[in-house]
Design a protein around this ligand. Structure first.
Ligand code: UDP
Length: 482
């Protein structure tokens, strides 16, 4: 990583799109390479900059890591800069994040004081960014943390795209508050990107908005194929399932630059008694420690169904990044403490089956390999979000042919066709309903297979990175013409 005073550059290795031939066939890969060549010609020497607020943790960092490497591999000069902010700045932006989801978060105001904090933190980042960006360059700013930089970069002669990865289909006082805060910063943008039509808010609904859905990288440490022995070795090594280690198998994976990687760290696990055995049915939710992911609700739903709709052999794993590991998510420690306090109140027999896990984040790819192994080993993946912009954890689990039970909210609806490629929980607050769906899937291996296979097909059709690249080409052409 390259460091200036505020900005950090994340170096992404270039990778060839050719490797996708084995997944989607040569003709689609040729189409993507042709598009990349046309884009390269259009850009001349211009750079495509991506700017966000964390290099690790959360869906945006996940996607940039892989997408940019293929863009670079296709000969396009793209770079990734991470802004720096202080605690008060990230409190304001987290509050904004909640507001755009229609939620009150910590209930703090979004007024003139918060605007001053927000603008002050961005000021130095803007000065540094302007030193990098040349007139004609394309700058893609991600999420509310960066919206305040649009005007300065447009004035510097860049074509500026603001991509908002979050949103809510409805409007309420909170969304009004959030969009009122952001609207003054967005006027100079050449284009906006949202994940769904329904997320485009009034200030952006003037012909500049484009819809692009996220994608996953099937070759990343997060999604690459792992043998069953390797999954076991990783999970035993990390302390997530009980040993022994399979003989002569390393907890290994392949890094994005092709080098061999190895899971060396253990997870930080809170449990009562023993780790789950390898054969125990396992329910897993993996998320940041964010109230809108409702880890606590998953635990309560599991507890309610335990021994009734759910077999008493079932284990629940709630896993997230190390609570101090995600720079722009200041709520992590508080949310984790609340989940832990609720865990302590569970009846002893249920508590023995519920495992709270903080995954190491020092090495992003090691973290990803553990997530990969956990998703592959899960009998059922849950994503009981109260709101969800898109939900990459759902896509990742679907790619791994897992049956997914997820809330019928936001971008999850675009992924799961209810009853076919997963099951939707229509009311995310319906804990008994979650217990019933879990019981149904855990008790029926044929249903697990059926849902899992359809899920992988769905991802293959819609959510792979090659499609995403073609969308980006269209976006940049449009932005150049604006
Ligand atoms: N994730 C991760 N390590 C963790 C927890 C989550 O790499 O310990 C990843 C997860 O696999 C997914 C992303 O973070 O790729 C979360 O993206 P999603 O769209 O589900 O939610 P967001 O965090 O962006 O709200």
């Amino acid at each position: 990583m390259f460091l200036s005073m505020h900005l950090t550059e994340v170096r992404v290795p270039a990778r060839s799109l050719r490797r996708f031939e084995s997944v989607i066939g040569a003709s689609l890969v040729n189409e993507a390479l042709g598009a990349a060549e046309a884009l390269q010609r259009r850009l001349g020497g211009r750079v495509i900059w991506n700017v966000n607020s964390t290099a690790v943790g959360g869906g945006v960092a996940e996607m940039l890591q892989s997408l940019l490497s293929y863009v670079r591999g296709a000969g396009i000069n793209t770079r990734w800069l991470v802004i720096r902010g202080d605690e008060p700045f990230f409190r304001v932006t987290k509050r904004l994040h909640h507001a755009l989801h229609g939620a009150a978060g910590d209930g703090s105001p979004l007024g003139e004081g918060e605007r001053r904090i927000y603008e002050a933190a961005l000021r130095t980042n803007i000065v540094e960014l302007r030193a990098f960006v040349e007139p004609g360059d394309i700058v893609i700013l991600h999420d509310p943390q960066t919206a305040g930089m649009v005007k300065a970069l447009a004035e510097a002669g860049a074509r500026v795209i603001w991509r908002c990865h979050i949103g809510w289909e409805q409007r309420n006082d909170e969304t009004e508050l959030g969009w009122r805060f952001l609207a003054p910063y967005l006027g100079a943008a050449h284009a906006f990107v949202f994940s769904r039509h329904a997320y485009v808010p009034p200030p952006c609904d003037d012909g500049r908005a484009v819809i692009i859905q996220p994608s996953i990288d099937v070759f990343s440490a997060k999604n690459q194929a792992l043998s069953e022995e390797t999954v076991r070795a990783i999970l035993v090594h990390a302390g997530i399932v009980e040993g022994p280690m399979p003989e002569a198998v390393r907890p290994g994976f392949v890094r994005s630059d092709g080098a061999p990687g190895r899971v060396a760290r253990s997870a930080d696990v809170i449990r009562l008694g023993r780790a789950p055995t390898w054969g125990a049915p396992m329910v897993v939710q993996i998320s940041r420690w964010d109230p809108l992911k409702d880890m606590e609700g998953v635990m309560r739903g599991f507890a309610e169904g335990f021994g009734h709709t759910l077999p008493a052999t079932a284990e629940l794993v709630l896993a997230g990044p190390n609570v101090h590991g995600v720079a722009d998510d200041v709520e992590g420690p508080e949310v984790f403490s609340r989940v832990l306090a609720a865990w302590r109140l569970l009846p002893h027999a249920v508590r023995q089956r519920v495992h709270l896990i903080n995954l190491p984040t020092v090495d992003v790819e090691e973290n990803a390999a553990i997530v990969n192994a956990l998703q592959r080993h899960a009998t059922v993946i849950v994503q009981k979000s109260l709101r969800e912009g898109f939900g990459l954890t759902v896509t990742e689990a679907m790619w791994k042919e897992r049956p997914v039970i997820a809330s019928d909210v936001g971008g999850i609806r675009d992924q799961i066709e209810d009853g076919k490629s997963g099951l939707l929980l229509h009311d995310p607050a319906d804990l008994a309903g979650l217990g019933r769906l879990l019981g149904r899937v855990l008790g029926d291996p044929a249903e697990q297979r059926r849902l899992g296979q359809a899920a992988r097909e769905r991802v293959m059709e819609r959510f792979l990175g090659v499609r995403h690249l073609l969308d980006y080409k269209m976006l940049i052409e449009r932005c150049d013409a604006a």
